[in-house]
Design a protein around this ligand. Structure first.
Ligand code: SF4
Length: 340
């Protein structure tokens, strides 16, 4: 074990080596040989904490659950109520980061609170809630870019007003696109995966199959299946709830991280696009299952997506950069997808 331990460490990175994105100590049954051999005292921090996900800011530590764990995914998607977050204050030494934009962080926290409230407004259709959140992320990015963060509260006020959703619904009509164009845009959105590294061996094959099911027969058949799928999910409380929980999950986990890279809109788009892509994959499964979609299917898709996209910093960074800068993820493009 001593030799194996020595040979399994990447001394430069100060971490355990990985083979096909798995820790060198994980055996074929997904059990840790180090733990089995040397006992619980040898369990590393990563495995002790998983599936908890931690994000750190000056004086604040946010802990959430990772969708990549199937049991956590069941909790997240199975939760019927609107999610709430607990805050606990601890006495202790104040920490100060050398570079930390506290004003931006405060506005990001406020913005996220508004966005989550909007996402949880079950009186509105889910796609309208997602559109409002995207628009808020977009406008907040503009304010930050112009150095006008002190005016962000006006923005939040506007988005919290009662009439705003109705007004937005009318405006969104202008982004509506035809079936064929939506087909092309969704294919483009789906090609996000081509730019990411595959972590699990079966992922490329899984994606290929899903793609074929969705887009293999062209735009007409895609449109027909989509209509039937939405009809079958339509009015289904569960469908809207799954979408809400996914969007809240991605937004809560990553949005405030924009304090470090300034990608306010990119992180909002990441939350919305992740939700849309998981929903799109759900349509494929529904087709393959002969018109049935269970919560267990959603859990399976969401946890696979999370494992591939969230479990690689490189993938996360690539995805967020693309959403912040590339044409298919611009506000107008995404509103067209959501609203058609
Ligand atoms: S506890 Fe986790 S990270 Fe540590 S050796 Fe085992 S599998 Fe690897």
């Amino acid at each position: 074990m001593g030799n194996r331990l020595h040979n399994s460490i990447d001394w430069k990175e100060q971490s355990f080596k990985q083979y096909e994105s798995r820790c060198a100590f994980l055996n074929e049954e997904n059990l840790c040989d180090l733990y089995s051999e040397a006992g619980p005292g040898m369990l590393c921090k990563t495995c002790r904490l998983y599936p908890r996900h931690i994000e750190e800011f000056e004086g604040v530590r946010e802990i959430s659950l990772s969708l990549s764990c199937i049991e956590a995914a069941k909790l997240i998607l199975g939760c019927e109520e609107a999610v709430t977050f607990r805050t606990v204050e601890r006495e202790g030494k104040e920490e100060e980061y050398e570079f930390f934009d506290f004003l931006l962080y405060t506005k990001l926290c406020d913005g996220r609170e508004h966005m989550i409230r909007t996402l949880q407004n079950r009186g509105l259709p889910l796609n309208l809630r997602l559109s409002l959140v995207l628009a808020l992320g977009h406008d907040l990015q503009n304010r930050a870019g112009k150095g006008e963060l002190c005016l962000a509260d006006r923005l939040f006020d506007y988005f919290s007003r009662e009439g705003t959703a109705k007004k937005a619904e009318r405006k969104l009509e202008r982004y509506r696109i035809g079936d064929e164009e939506r087909f092309e845009r969704m294919k483009e959105l789906f090609s996000l995966f081509d730019r990411l590294e595959a972590l699990k061996k079966d992922w490329p094959g899984y994606l290929k199959r899903i793609r074929e099911t969705l887009y293999g027969k062209g735009p007409k058949e895609y449109g027909r299946q989509r209509e039937a799928f939405l009809r079958s999910m339509g009015g289904g409380e569960a469908w809207e709830r799954w979408g809400e929980q996914l969007a809240v999950y991605f937004l809560f986990t990553y949005f405030c991280g924009a304090v470090y890279d300034g990608h306010v809109y990119g992180k909002t788009a990441f939350a919305v696009v992740s939700t849309v892509l998981i929903q799109e994959m759900a349509q494929a499964l529904w087709q393959e299952n002969g018109g049935v979609l269970e919560e267990t299917d959603m859990v399976d898709i969401a946890h696979r997506y999370s494992k591939e996209v969230e479990h690689s910093d490189e993938n996360l960074n690539t995805a967020e950069r693309m959403m912040a800068k590339e044409e298919p993820y611009r506000l107008r493009q995404l509103l067209g997808i959501l609203y058609s």
